[in-house]
Design a binder for this molecule. Structure first.
Ligand SMILES: Cc1cc2nc3c(=O)[nH]c(=O)nc-3n(C[C@H](O)[C@H](O)[C@H](O)COP(=O)(O)OP(=O)(O)OC[C@H]3O[C@@H](n4cnc5c(N)ncnc54)[C@H](O)[C@@H]3O)c2cc1C
Length: 419
């Protein structure tokens, strides 16, 4: 018995996390003269009746930028998220112990919301429902891609499930597998990795005062702490916490009793949200800056975390990957219409040319913000003090900071969508 229905596809996507699922959804909705045959392979088991089980859709929450939300609306995917997505109307960035602070609000930028916070498991539910309804897509779950081999034209892909294996061919493989599967190593693609020597502790927390749609980003001498507004639940005000600490301190925080955890959080964050009353499941993530040295080869594209992973301080990783995905999808649609092979290297080089500067700018913004705020070096402290102070006073600076922080400067790619 084979693991999939055919031995050849127009496109194989490896990984049905946020990025692989986004690409499948965008292509499914694009107007094409002939629908593409797409195989989406996911190593986790996807049961549409149960909560999403892929690592992308765990207990974290994601800030969707204004640009990402707008495009999800165009695709007809926003309706399923709208009720669960909490708009961010204000952002408050501050440096603990120093007088600088930046306040941004949606009215100043003339948008309904600066972004939206959504729990990843709800994003996963939306994506999985969308995938289930796609006629041109074959979803192969609980199956891993264990090898990708270049052929004279296109790629050979090996699917693996325990003692069962299936080989197939395709002109293009999009690797959206997050970077932990070992496929890059097998292909000889090196990924530059710089550890921040930090972990992000994440959890949902409840508190006594309303958050009033404010997202807080507080830089402390130990690392940044973000509280992102979530919808109230059973009468409780809630936020998604991202608490960055050194590896050792993060482990200590994970092990604190609930009472000590809530007390320590209040000590570090301050009284703006009143008392913290409850904390949900806590998890931690090691933080690295990762850049793949190659993102395209004939018949191959790396997309999402496998191509670049950023510090989550500015909530940019998925939003950046979503913009890359839109660019790639637009080029694949163009190629389908003109009869060009999807794996054509000049097409894939065009994709790199279109996305490189956004990737470099966004990575640099997240990286230098993290570095600047993670040191007690006296020069950096002064830059922080007067940087934040002057950004707050000078409107164009504040607007520029907000546009970059919330992905409002997103390059928009237009694809004719059939929704
Ligand atoms: C604490 C934290 C907070 C964050 N907050 C934000 C935020 O607010 N805003 C934002 O934009 N970004 C945020 N990010 C970044 C965002 O989570 C990532 O950019 C995003 O998850 C990347 O998704 P992905 O699909 O590329 O990879 P993944 O989420 O890793 O998904 C890869 C998928 O591929 C599957 N897979 C792996 N190997 C194989 C294989 N061999 N065969 C088949 N399938 C395979 C996996 O099971 C998985 O489902 C945050 C990250 C962290 C750590």
């Amino acid at each position: 018995m084979t693991l999939c229905r055919s031995d050849s596809y127009d496109l194989v996507i490896v990984g049905a996390g946020m990025v692989g699922a986004s690409l499948a959804c965008i292509l499914d909705r694009a107007i094409l003269n002939k629908p593409l045959s797409i195989l989406l392979v996911e190593s986790a088991a996807i049961d549409l009746q149960a909560p999403p089980a892929q690592p992308s859709f765990d207990a974290r929450s994601t800030v969707l930028s204004h640009g990402t939300a707008t495009y999800l609306k165009t695709l007809g995917l926003w309706e399923d998220l709208e009720l669960d997505a909490e708009p961010i109307r204000k952002i408050h960035v501050s440096d603990q112990g120093n007088f600088g602070a930046v306040r941004m609000d949606n009215e100043e930028l003339d948008v309904d919301a600066l972004g939206y916070v959504i729990e990843n498991r709800l994003l996963g539910k939306m994506f999985n429902q969308a995938l289930a309804s796609m006629a041109s897509l074959e979803l192969c779950s609980a199956v891993s891609v264990s090898e990708i081999k270049p052929l004279a034209t296109g790629m050979e892909v090996l699917l693996d499930k325990g003692d069962q294996q299936t080989r197939l061919i395709t002109p293009l493989v999009v690797m959206a597998e997050g970077g932990r599967s070992g496929l890059c190593e097998k292909l000889g693609i090196h990924r530059d990795t710089e550890s921040y020597q930090q972990e992000a502790v994440i959890a949902n927390v409840a508190f006594t005062n309303s958050h009033e749609h404010v997202a807080y980003e507080r830089f402390t001498p130990f690392g940044p702490l973000a509280l992102l507004p979530l919808p109230d639940h059973e009468g409780q005000h809630r936020a998604a916490l991202v608490w960055t600490r050194s590896d050792d301190e993060a482990n200590l925080i994970l092990e604190l009793s609930e009472k000590d955890f809530l007390e320590q959080l209040k000590n570090e964050f301050g009284p703006r949200l009143g008392d913290f009353t409850k904390v949900g499941q806590r998890n931690s993530y090691p933080l690295n800056l990762v850049q793949a040295q190659e993102q395209v080869r004939p018949g191959l594209v790396l997309l999402g975390n496998v191509a670049h992973s950023l510090h989550p301080v500015a909530g940019q990783g998925f939003n950046l990957a979503f913009r890359d995905t839109m660019h790639l999808a637009a080029l694949l649609v163009e190629a389908t219409k003109s009869g060009t092979s999807l794996g054509d290297i000049s097409l894939l080089h065009k994709y790199r040319d279109e996305t490189e500067s956004d990737q470099n700018m966004t990575s640099a913004f997240s990286h230098y913000m993290t570095r600047l705020f993670s040191t007690n070096n006296i020069a950096a402290v002064w830059v922080r003090k007067f940087g934040l102070f002057s950004i707050d006073l000078v409107l164009p600076l504040r607007k520029a900071f907000a546009r970059r922080a919330m992905g409002l400067s997103d390059a928009q790619v237009k694809i004719e969508a059939s929704v």
